[in-house]
Design a protein around this ligand. Structure first.
Ligand code: UFG
Length: 334
């Protein structure tokens, strides 16, 4: 299949492009490089031996339609979005404008190009604060705690409404839990601009001596060790999940939400200790106050992905910590 990947130079996007190429698909990347580097395309070529087509383009631009005019696109994986939870609280209009508009432009361009298969990058954040864990796809997913999260809720709604009147369309909504880790080559990984907000890139910079210590946000939650529980998933497993979702979209119609998680809750302290053990280093950390908006614990019910996609996470927490550290040590990444 010829697959258009929006945001294909980003963290999850680039790993997915590699797995798509490995599975024999042709890939077209559309990325405006607002939060990614052009060198990622070179690195994908080094890893796979294949250079994907690349358009440096904002998905909100009316030029997006030309990509569909110039290429026969069989399916789209839509990653392109602003994704920093905290920043979205400060800049709600930018987040709503960018994330919603890009999806609307994309759907219009897909319609013009006759493309009817879409895999959308959603998030566990759509389960909101009130559902019990583990989160299951049939629970209400209509609430979030940040403008970023609300854009995911709204786009899931937009796609559901769109499919209701386009029964020949397939939209798979992949709800990710906490992707961490990096490609084994250490050429692709999570490399946010500035000081990282997410746990693993922050740990990587502390381990590399670029930041002096980690602050664990809250040690007094009602969890076994007092720190928050999350469902960490290796980014390569997540990428493979997208390839499987694409194959599903080829043979099915309608809208389907599917969790991509490992299905287990791991505490912040567990992750820190694992990182120290497998990499043989000591991570300086302190336990600080809770971070506003954090939920104490959530993880996925991962059965639906197993059943519909024949997919499950195979990498261990050790693998995630080893690959993340290998990537953080590769100076050419900075
Ligand atoms: N944490 C720390 N110190 C840090 C950074 C994080 O202790 O410096 C803790 C957090 O408090 C949380 C855990 O590490 O308990 C994971 O935090 P992340 O920021 O890595 O991830 P979140 O679970 O907050 O966010 C993830 C996704 C978002 C999504 C959100 C809600 O990254 O895209 O889940 O589902 F919106």
């Amino acid at each position: 299949m010829q697959v258009l990947v929006t945001g294909g130079a980003g963290y999850i996007g680039s790993h997915t492009v590699v797995e798509l190429i490995n599975a024999g698909h042709q890939v077209i990347i559309v990325d405006d490089l607002s939060n990614a580097k052009a060198s990622v395309v070179d690195r994908i070529q080094i890893i796979t031996g294949v250079r994907p087509q690349f358009y440096q383009l904002d998905c909100c631009s009316s030029e997006l339609i030309n990509v569909f005019r110039l290429n026969k696109v069989d399916a789209v994986i839509h990653f392109a979005a602003f994704k920093a939870v905290g920043e979205s609280v400060q800049k709600p209009l930018e987040y709503y404008r960018n994330n919603i508009n890009s999806t609307l432009m994309l759907l219009e361009a897909m319609e013009a190009g006759g493309c009817k298969n879409l895999v959308f990058s959603s998030s566990a954040t759509v389960y909101g604060p009130n559902n019990p864990h583990p989160y299951k796809e049939d629970m209400p997913a209509i609430q979030s705690s940040s403008p970023y999260g609300w854009t995911k809720v709204m786009i899931e709604r937009i796609l559901t409404d769109y499919v209701a009147v386009h029964p020949d369309f397939c939209a798979v909504l992949l709800r990710y839990f906490n992707p961490i880790g990096a490609h084994d080559s250490a050429l692709l990984g999570d490399d946010p601009n500035g000081i990282p907000n997410n746990l693993m890139p922050y740990i990587g910079r502390v381990a590399a001596g670029k930041l002096d210590h980690l602050t664990i946000f809250g040690g007094d939650y009602e969890t076994p060790d007092g720190t928050c529980l999350r469902d960490y998933i290796h980014v390569v497993d997540l990428a493979v999940g997208h390839v499987k979702a694409l194959e599903y979209a080829q043979h099915n119609r309608g809208v389907e939400a599917i969790n991509l998680g490992a299905g287990v809750g791991v505490s912040v302290l567990d992750l820190v200790k694992t990182f120290e053990r497998v990499n043989g280093i000591t991570l300086p950390y302190i336990i600080g106050p809770r971070r506003s908006g954090d939920l104490p614990a959530f993880w996925a019910d991962a059965e639906k992905a197993k059943k519909l996609l024949n997919w499950q996470a195979v990498h261990t927490l050790d693998d995630m910590c080893i690959s993340a550290w290998k990537y953080a040590q590769n100076e050419s990444n900075y």
